[in-house]
Design a protein around this ligand. Structure first.
Ligand SMILES: Cc1cc2nc3c(=O)[nH]c(=O)nc-3n(C[C@H](O)[C@H](O)[C@H](O)COP(=O)(O)O)c2cc1C
Length: 183
């Protein structure tokens, strides 16, 4: 098969995300307390035909007003809460896309637990976050924890469930295309 045929084959596979990613093996890993990160994760996984792993703490902090206190305390005390076992083994994937809500200007503690248990050395890694206006050091802290990975992208969303749904979903698609081009 010549180069032109190979390129054509690749382009036609790109338009069928799922089949394409059976070759590329992408996993979307996320934690979400109130659904914003979950919505974005599902959109990314659907668009890329990726597998989807929701990180679930054994003990969730609850969604009442006290969540700000308990959640931020966990961050400040650098807690790594216990999480349920994973459905998918990250070792089996070339590319891991990690999503988090921003808590106290960084990624949420259940994601800290995931990062501490997972070897991402040599993998393609991308990050996304959902926040209320201040992403803080979220991406810098992610990068510090994954210094041996190949970082292929990052994107943040401002309250996508309630404030910017349509625009956020459009941005997801554009970002996914950029990620694919980076693989
Ligand atoms: C404990 C806690 C701390 C938060 N800290 C921040 C913050 O530092 N900056 C910010 O912009 N939003 C902050 N937020 C708001 C969330 O990041 C935002 O609502 C996000 O969209 C929630 O995502 P989720 O629905 O996936 O849980 C915080 C929320 C909680 C519960």
């Amino acid at each position: 098969m010549n180069c032109i045929s190979l390129k054509r084959m690749e382009n036609s596979m790109k338009s069928f995300g799922h089949e394409y990613n059976n070759m590329r093996k992408i996993l979307v890993v996320y934690y979400s307390l109130e659904g914003n990160t979950k919505m974005i994760a599902k959109e990314i996984a659907g668009y890329l035909g990726a597998d989807e792993e929701e990180i679930r703490p054994l003990k969730e902090i609850g969604t009442g007003f006290s969540k700000y206190f308990w959640g931020s305390s966990q961050v400040l005390m650098k807690k790594k809460p216990e999480i349920h076992s994973l459905q998918f083994n990250p070792e089996n994937y070339d590319t891991i896309i990690i999503g988090t809500p921003v808590w106290a200007w960084t990624y949420a503690p259940p994601i800290a637990t995931f990062l501490s248990k997972t070897n991402l050395k040599g993998k393609n890694v991308a990050f996304f976050s959902c926040h209320g206006g201040q992403n803080g050091k979220t991406f810098q802290n992610f990068k510090d924890e994954t210094s041996e990975s190949r970082i292929i992208g990052e994107i943040d969303f401002f309250e996508p469930l309630t404030k910017n749904k349509e625009d956020s979903l459009l941005r997801v698609k554009k970002w996914c295309d950029e990620l694919l081009a980076n693989l």
